[in-house]
Design a protein around this ligand. Structure first.
Ligand code: ADP
Ligand code: MG
Length: 253
């Protein structure tokens, strides 16, 4: 006949509670020696299991998010962009904007850190267990257009609509025709006031009409994106050319 200890250990293993399984001996010893109450011991074991399951969830969300690289707020040099509202940027990692499905727009010329900040916010969301997906605008529209041609638009739309946070990178780098503008509108309308979207763009909002084949649809998209939103216009220099000029300066020394 097996002892209650043996059935407990086997049960934890069968349930896949590996952290509790690995920690149970130390907790039993602590409870037996009187240094921990039964409730404290059980709480310790549950905390270990919860920690493991949260870490696993965070890792799987981060892997599914398709971030092109790892970027964090700590890596961002705010002194290089002195006009940027640092406190407001850092507040993004608290994810308060996601409570009411607000959006975040980063506007600025190439190299000023738009994608960096979008990824950093996305990684902060993944760390808190929120589902995230990162995609360039060009790839997003290509996928939607393809899905429409293959009669599976609804399925694709639902896929992009379901994430708690969607990052659409590089809106405006390539022209967007009338059909694509319509597809983008449908997606933005579905997410409106429910799920948050981060957009990075090199085109100032006043010129969005020119970028889209259809100015009416461009306005409708902006209307929904901006209704509940935080807009950051980054006016500083390109970090890429900074790194380049430093290398040239080093080479000359
Ligand atoms: P954008 O999307 O605006 O074109 P990126 O975010 O891709 O620019 O930035 C270009 C490169 O420079 C990236 O490697 C990014 O991590 C880095 N970078 C940009 N701004 C900063 C900054 N202020 N501090 C640290 N790294 C930065
Ligand atoms: Mg970018």
């Amino acid at each position: 006949m097996s002892t209650s200890y043996q059935t407990l250990v086997a049960g934890l293993s069968e349930l896949g509670l590996t952290a509790m399984h690995d920690g149970v001996d130390a907790v039993i010893d602590a409870v037996n020696s009187g240094s921990m109450s039964f409730t404290e011991g059980l709480d310790r074991l549950v905390s270990m299991e919860l920690k493991k399951s949260r870490t696993r969830r965070m890792e799987s969300i981060t892997a599914a998010a398709h971030f092109p690289s790892k970027k964090t707020f700590e890596q961002f040099d705010f002194s290089f962009q002195p006009d940027l509202r640092k406190d407001e940027i850092l507040d993004l990692q608290e994810l308060r904007f996601m409570e009411d499905g607000s959006n975040v727009l980063f506007i600025g010329l190439p190299g000023v850190g738009k994608t960096h900040l979008a990824i950093a916010t996305g990684m902060a969301a993944a760390q808190k267990g929120r589902t995230v997906y990162f995609i360039s605008c060009h790839e997003l529209l290509e996928n939607l257009r393809k899905a429409k041609a293959e009669n599976r638009l609804e399925y694709r739309m639902r896929h992009y609509a379901c994430y708690s946070l969607l990052v659409i990178d590089e809106v405006g780098y390539l022209p967007i025709d009338g059909e694509e503008a319509n597809l983008l509108f449908q997606l933005v309308a579905r997410r409106y006031e429910k799920k948050s979207t981060i957009v990075t763009t090199n085109i100032s909002l006043g010129k969005w009409g020119d970028m889209f084949g259809d100015a009416m649809v461009a306005n409708a998209i902006l209307d929904r994106l901006l209704h509940h939103s935080k807009v950051f216009t980054i006016k500083g220099r390109s970090y890429r050319t900074k790194e380049y000029s430093e290398k040239v300066a080093d080479a000359k020394q």
